[in-house]
Design a protein around this ligand. Structure first.
Ligand code: DAH
Length: 353
């Protein structure tokens, strides 16, 4: 264009450019158009440059006219780009996907509080040299009761409201299969399978045919412990459980052992720690109910009859066992007031851990 800065030429340039832009139907064509007209050596840029070569009296008017054309084309470019963009989006949403919608964040879960506390409990015993083993939740009467010194018709069976399973029965027609009511049957299984020294903890689910309330659930967890060897004494039991209580609840905890009855241990004890909430100073403490002590597990020396039942000589081997409920411990530790929350599947509860 010889003298692109004359008014007529500028008008022709504007029309030519606008027509060319209409023909640009994809982003590459639009970009090529931009370079051709508005780029560094584009036609409009050249027209603006040539203004300087004009006689002084025409320069001002010519410059203003060239700038108007430039502004007009820039606006047309913006409009055209937007048209093409929304046409592309329309085409994509023919597939019924709204590509402009922000993505959904995947929520990251966390460990269930029962899992957390069980892992914490097992880790403490692992550091003391215990091995973690697991066992079946559907169990035989023999392991859940009989080998543990709880014969048929023994009143101690009343301690365990049991879910019996149809399918296997003894000669009197009574079911011999059940959902384990505690993790203690693994004591007998481990002793049968191995020889001393034995040092295991057994985390797992247990079941009770129970009316549920804030402190009772029909499904919960237990962690069982068993140590059997020559020369294992009650002092070993005390030391081990002391160490455990202090690692879980803090180094300043006191531990209390009181006589209790469980058919598979003799002597049997209930193990309590002093109340970490009120130190025994608050008669209305919600955790210890003013007693100053919190029961955390049952324990005892393995009953000689249990050792005999699995073929061990009780004059040679002795051992201790203990069993605790992680939900109860989590309730104490985290101040949870209702055991039903653990299986309630309420994210408001679960996401706090
Ligand atoms: N199995 C008992 C229960 O479920 C708890 C228990 C008490 C386990 C004393 C033990 C023990 O190993 O020695 O109530």
């Amino acid at each position: 264009m010889a003298d692109a800065s004359s008014a007529a030429d500028l008008d022709a340039l504007r029309q030519e450019a606008l027509a060319a832009l209409t023909g640009a139907t994809d982003p590459q064509a639009v970009e090529a158009w931009r370079v051709a007209y508005l780029g560094r050596s584009g036609k409009v840029t050249q027209a603006l440059r040539s203004v300087g070569a004009q006689p002084a009296e025409q320069r001002r008017e010519a410059g203003a006219a060239a700038n108007r054309v430039k502004a007009r084309l820039e606006k047309a470019l913006a409009v055209r780009s937007e048209e093409l963009r929304s046409a592309r989006l329309d085409a994509l949403s023919d597939d019924a996907i709204d590509v402009s919608l922000p993505g959904r964040l995947a929520e990251i879960g966390s460990l269930h509080p029962s899992t957390r506390i069980m892992r914490e409990i097992c880790a403490i015993f692992e550091r003391m040299g215990f091995q973690v083993v697991e066992g079946p939740e559907v169990e035989w009467d023999r392991y859940n009761f009989e080998l543990l010194n709880i014969p048929k018709d023994h009143p101690a069976r009343d301690m365990f409201d049991t879910f019996w399973i149809d399918g296997a029965a003894d000669e009197d027609g009574r079911s011999t299969m059940l959902l384990r009511t505690h993790t203690s049957p693994m004591q007998a299984r481990v002793m049968e399978e191995r020889r001393p020294p034995i040092r295991v903890v057994v985390p797992g689910k247990v079941y009770r045919y129970e009316a549920t309330d804030a402190t009772h659930e029909s499904q919960f967890h237990q962690v069982e412990g068993l140590v059997v060897d020559e020369g294992v004494s009650f002092a070993n039991l005390k030391h081990t459980l002391y160490e455990f209580a202090r690692q879980l609840f803090g180094g300043e905890r006191k531990v209390r052992f009181r006589c209790d009855y469980f058919p598979f241990v003799e002597p049997g004890v209930d193990v309590a720690i002093d109340c970490f909430k009120c130190d025994g100073d608050d008669a209305r403490c919600r955790i210890c109910r003013g007693s100053g002590w919190i029961e955390i597990m049952g324990a005892g020396m393995v009953h000689p009859q249990v050792l005999r039942n699995v073929g061990y000589d009780p004059d040679r081997y002795t051992g201790f066992a203990f069993g605790m409920g992680p939900e109860r411990i989590a309730m104490l530790k985290y101040g949870i007031e209702d055991i039903r929350l653990f299986l309630g599947n309420d994210l408001r509860f679960l996401s706090q851990f």
